[in-house]
Design a protein around this ligand. Structure first.
Ligand code: SF4
Length: 366
């Protein structure tokens, strides 16, 4: 390895001479020179190191609705980046060119935490998002970026599958302001067969976030025809969210398109998304959305008390805004759950690439 590495914080030596990574429930047990399943954490000497510290697959400014987050600083621009690798192996991965990247061949840009925070300020972003691949696997880098951002008044957002072990979970989310957790399906069989993972640790993460008051979080489920889109499974997921997390947690049902190793399934029919939204609302959830389709009704936020439109949306465009400066319905005064500024952001649907390259020496000194 000739790229800069960062010592990992969660690992321990085993009696048989291997070293176990403790970041995620895979608990990879590594011999000298081996990499974990995520590919970016590796054994080097007697420790586990992160090989993608300061490395990015590219920076873009996105609308925050694209993460998706509908109740966290709506309409604002977010500086978004990912690295390489992933700790799940989803056959339907929609970002497989990044998550399956090997030897950092997809790494296009590099930046220290301070440079990222400065870039967010300079470009008028209100937040930085760790996205495109799962930030759990680059925890040490994500936490340093989050700390640098807090010093500049910039929020940080984790877009994650929530597949993380209990101890690193505490450190990781302590530094985040918001998260979108990808709840990929609602059965162990789905996680096992399509992601080679497990559902239980993800539900633990969601319940942990419910009791972590400093992190605003929303949930996304990508509906795949014939795999996780049955009314019974959606009903079970919605009832669990209602029971364990409460009615205020936004739930997004988004459309699948054939990708990576799951190309024999059709795209999700819009009707399936609308039906899922209906089931979840009937279960008592107040804020349920459809995504990746043209559906202004399914993307609009309504007041749960009087039914008035609070935030109208069409894809990533804000088309109406009827929230008071303190986040209440302008018609009946009921508070809407979320984190809002006095006015909506005006970034719109733009997706703007940004270059942040810095020297190898600067990265090595971090
Ligand atoms: S973070 Fe990577 S190396 Fe660590 S246990 Fe998970 S997959 Fe294995």
């Amino acid at each position: 390895m000739n790229q800069p590495v960062k010592p990992g914080r969660y690992w321990h030596a085993l009696e048989d001479g291997r070293v176990q990574c403790d970041v995620c429930p895979r608990y990879c047990k590594l011999h000298e020179g081996q990499r974990g399943l995520c590919f970016v954490r590796a054994r080097q000497g007697d420790q586990i190191v992160l090989t993608t510290y300061g490395r990015s697959s590219g920076f873009c400014i996105d609308p925050i609705e694209k993460k998706p987050l509908n109740h966290f600083l709506p309409g604002t621009p977010v500086l978004s980046f990912g690295t390489a690798g992933c700790n799940l192996t989803c056959k339907f991965c929609q970002n497989w060119d990044i998550s399956k990247a090997r030897d950092l061949d997809r790494v296009q840009d590099a930046a220290s935490p301070e440079k990222i925070a400065e870039a967010a300020v300079r470009t008028g972003c209100r937040s930085v998002a760790f996205t495109y691949n799962d930030p759990v696997i680059f925890l040490e880098y994500a936490v340093d970026v989050a700390q640098a951002c807090r010093k500049q008044g910039i929020k940080t957002i984790a877009v994650s599958a929530g597949y993380i072990s209990p101890e690193p979970r505490i450190e990781f989310f302590r530094h985040m302001d918001a998260a979108n957790i990808d709840l990929k399906g609602f059965s162990e069989g789905f996680y096992k067969n399509l992601c080679s993972g497990g559902l239980a640790p993800v539900l633990e993460t969601l319940e942990y976030l419910k009791h972590e008051p400093n992190v605003w979080f929303e949930i996304t489920t990508l509906l795949i025809p014939g795999e996780n889109d049955s009314p019974a499974e959606i009903q079970a997921e919605s009832a669990w969210v209602m029971d364990r997390l409460g009615s205020d947690v936004p739930l997004h049902f988004t459309a699948f398109h054939p990708d990576w190793k799951l190309t024999d399934r059709p795209p999700t029919p819009p009707q399936t998304l609308r039906q899922a939204r209906r089931i979840a609302r009937d279960a008592g959830l107040r804020y349920v959305y459809t995504g990746n389709v043209h559906d202004p009704v399914g993307q609009t936020t309504h007041c749960h008390a009087c039914g008035a439109i609070l935030i109208g949306r069409d894809w990533y465009d804000i088309t109406a805004w009827h929230l008071s400066a303190d986040g209440c319905c302008t018609k009946c005064g009921t508070r809407c759950a979320g984190v809002f500024e006095a006015d909506e952001g005006r970034w719109g649907p733009r997706h703007q690439p940004v270059r942040l390259r810095v020297s190898e020496r600067e990265l090595s000194s971090n």
